[in-house]
Each structure stands twice: as structure tokens, then as C-alpha cells.
Design a binder for this molecule. Structure first.
Ligand code: NAP
Length: 323
């Protein structure tokens, strides 16, 4: 650290995020915004950064971080950041989990409800002047007593379980390490160690594990073949968790009843085949993106950076730099 103020650089440049940052920005840091798509700005800025807040970071960009001492992911799933290179360079990584569970869980429940109640189609019908009060009853369903299968019961999965419990759902879950019985009781969840069985037992499957080599295409053609015909699949974690070709084929053929997607394999591109599937409800990676979430996460980022600038380990640091 030098005598000058540490330079904190945010790579999320949407004007309203800049406004949020400006509100929480403390005087003890210089703050800049950087568009990672602007190669000249990247080359000019990254070597000067003391702390970087980003969603993604390539190997080449990591290598430009000559003086950076902390990379903070402005979210929790850091699969798009080259953490191995950062580790080699001795740069620790922190995440920003604050308000994310609430935001993503609400979105997952919204997708489940939208599919169960046919919300997009009903809304379109109403706005075209129809009144089909009896017709829509066919194909609309309650959540009560339905089985919800959660794959990945961490921060977000637990928040989903708490909300699903309030809807009277039967909740089963899979993760690598089983939760203590007391936590299972409190959440009202039952462990299902076999993902194939979880998939076959569930009316709704919702994905809340990170993208790793183990979870890449965790929902594939073979698993879809075991799903109930009335099943919905919800993905607000990472697009790569689902084999999109297999999902599209299952939706087009009516093999399963619907999908609610917030994330896609090639973001920001969305496979155009999804656009003409009526029972695919699509969102543009909005999971944790609420006014409250952004404000809380902006403040939390600054808290972490302040602690780091004071010479201590940031509270949300998840990875060491091991140079
Ligand atoms: P978390 O607290 O780390 O929880 C992850 C869960 O996944 C843990 O329960 C973990 O179980 C489980 N898991 C890991 N590997 C698994 C595997 N191979 N099979 C089954 N379960 C596995 O993470 P989180 O904060 O809940 O976030 C989860 C993901 O949500 C993030 O990684 C990110 O991709 C996504 N996300 C999306 C948005 C959005 O805007 N749509 C926003 C934030 C996050 P163990 O403890 O047993 O390993």
C-alpha cells in the first residue's frame, strides 16, 4: 500500500450501479469504473488497481493486475474468474453474498409460480382482450403437497427451502455433504443422496449448486428421461448446469412440462429455440438484481475493502492467494 489513496475499480458500469456505488463510496478510496470490453481502458487501468470488483476476469486480464491485492466478485458464483491465475499471483478473492440468497430465492419461487399458474400466457391472453376464466384452470397447479427437489442447499438453496416450506411443499435436497439433522428439521427438508432419484421423485427441480467440473450438465438427457412428465426445471444458478439441447428437445416434445430459466450457457446469448417454447419462462440473469440487493452489496463490498485496507482479512474472502 502507498501513501496515496488505494484505487478501487468496479467493472460493473451500468449507470444505476454507478449511482449506488457513488452513494456508498467512502472518501478514503479513489474509485473508478472500467468497461472490461474496452481493451485500451483495460490495459491502462488494470495495472494501477489496488482492489478490483468484477463479475468475470480472464487469464490475460489477471496477468495485468500488477499491484492488485484483492479481487472481489460482485456476487457469489466466481466460475467466470480465473481463480487459479489469481492464486498463482498471490491475489486473494472475496465474494459478496449479502442479499443474494433472498433475491435469487424469490426469483426461483417466482419462476415456479409463473409456470404453475401459466402466468405469461394468461397475461398475454388478458391483454389481448380475452376472458378465459374457466379455460386456464386446466394446466394451472397448486404448489402445496408438490415435491420440490433442490440440488445444492447452500445459502440460496436454504433460502428457497424456507420459502417453499411456507407454500406447503415437500422438499428433498441433494448436496455433497449432508446437513446436520437439526438443520434439516428446521428447514423441513429430507436428504436424497442419489441425484437420479431426486430427479425422478420431484415435481419441480431447482438448481442452486455452483458451476464446477462435477456439476457441468448435471441435468442432461439421461436425467431428463427420468423426470416426471409434469416436472418443471428451474435454473437460476449457471446455464452450463443444464444440457440446453436436451432441455429444448424435452420441452418441444412435451417430455416435461416446463422450464424457468434465469441463466444460459452462452450469456448474453439465449438459444433462439427457447423463444418459441411457450412453457419456457425466461429471465436475463436477474436473480440477485434488486434495488435492495445492489445497495446492500455495494455497502458490503466497501466494508470488505475497508477491512482489507486496514490490513485485515476481508470478512467475505473465500480464496487465499498462495504465491
Ligand atoms: P453456496 O452457499 O456455496 O452453496 C452451494 C451449494 O451447492 C452447497 O450446498 C454445496 O454443497 C452444493 N454443491 C456443490 N457441489 C455440488 C455437487 N457436485 N452436487 C450437489 N451439490 C453441490 O452458494 P450459493 O450462494 O447458494 O450460490 C449458489 C450458486 O448460485 C452460485 O455458485 C452461482 O452460480 C448462483 N448464483 C446465481 C445468481 C443469479 O443472479 N442468478 C446470483 C447468485 C448466485 P456442499 O456444501 O455439500 O458442497
Amino acid at each position: 500500500m502507498t501513501d496515496t489513496k488505494p484505487l478501487v475499480v468496479w467493472t460493473t458500469c451500468h449507470p444505476w450501479i454507478q449511482e449506488v456505488v457513488a452513494e456508498v463510496q467512502p472518501d478514503e478510496f479513489d474509485v473508478e469504473f472500467l468497461d472490461l470490453n474496452d481493451a485500451d481502458a483495460v490495459a491502462a487501468t488494470l495495472p494501477r488497481v489496488d482492489a478490483l470488483i468484477c463479475l468475470s476476469l480472464t487469464t490475460e486480464q489477471c496477468r495485468m493486475l500488477d499491484r492488485c491485492k484483492l479481487v472481489m466478485h460482485n456476487g457469489v458464483g466466481y466460475d467466470a474468474i480465473d481463480i487459479e491465475t489469481l492464486a498463482e499471483m498471490g491475489i486473494p478473492v472475496a465474494v459478496t453474498p449479502v442479499m443474494t440468497p433472498e433475491g435469487v430465492a424469490e426469483h426461483a419461487l417466482m419462476l415456479i409460480l409463473a409456470l404453475s399458474k401459466q402466468l405469461p400466457a394468461v397475461q398475454q391472453s388478458m391483454k389481448s382482450g380475452e376472458w378465459n376464466m374457466l379455460g386456464w384452470r386446466e394446466g394451472s397447479h397448486n404448489l402445496s403437497y408438490k415435491t420440490l427437489g433442490i440440488i445444492g442447499l447452500g445459502r440460496i438453496g436454504e433460502a428457497v427451502a424456507m420459502r417453499a416450506k411456507a407454500f406447503g411443499m415437500n422438499i428433498i435436497y441433494n448436496k455433497r455433504s449432508r446437513l446436520p439433522a437439526s438443520v434439516e428439521d428446521e428447514l423441513g427438508v429430507t436428504f436424497e443422496p442419489d441425484i437420479d432419484r431426486l430427479v425422478a421423485r420431484s415435481d419441480i427441480i431447482t438448481l442452486h449448486c455452483p458451476l464446477t467440473a462435477d456439476t457441468d450438465k448435471i441435468i442432461n438427457a439421461e436425467r431428463i428421461a427420468h423426470m416426471k412428465p409434469n416436472a418443471y426445471v428451474i435454473n437460476s444458478s449457471r446455464g452450463e448446469l443444464i444440457d440446453e439441447d436436451a432441455l429444448i428437445e424435452a420441452l418441444q416434445s412435451g417430455r416435461i412440462a416446463g422450464a424457468g430459466l434465469d441463466v444460459y450457457t452462452h450469456e448474453p446469448a439465449v438459444d433462439s429455440r427457447f423463444l418459441s417454447i411457450p412453457n419456457a419462462v425466461l429471465l436475463p440473469h436477474l436473480g440477485s438484481a434488486t434495488v435492495e440487493g445492489r445497495e446492500a452489496s455495494g455497502e458490503r463490498v466497501i466494508t470488505n475493502i475497508r477491512v482489507w485496507a486496514d490490513g485485515h482479512r476481508p470478512p467475505d474472502q473465500v480464496l487465499e492467494g498462495w504465491q
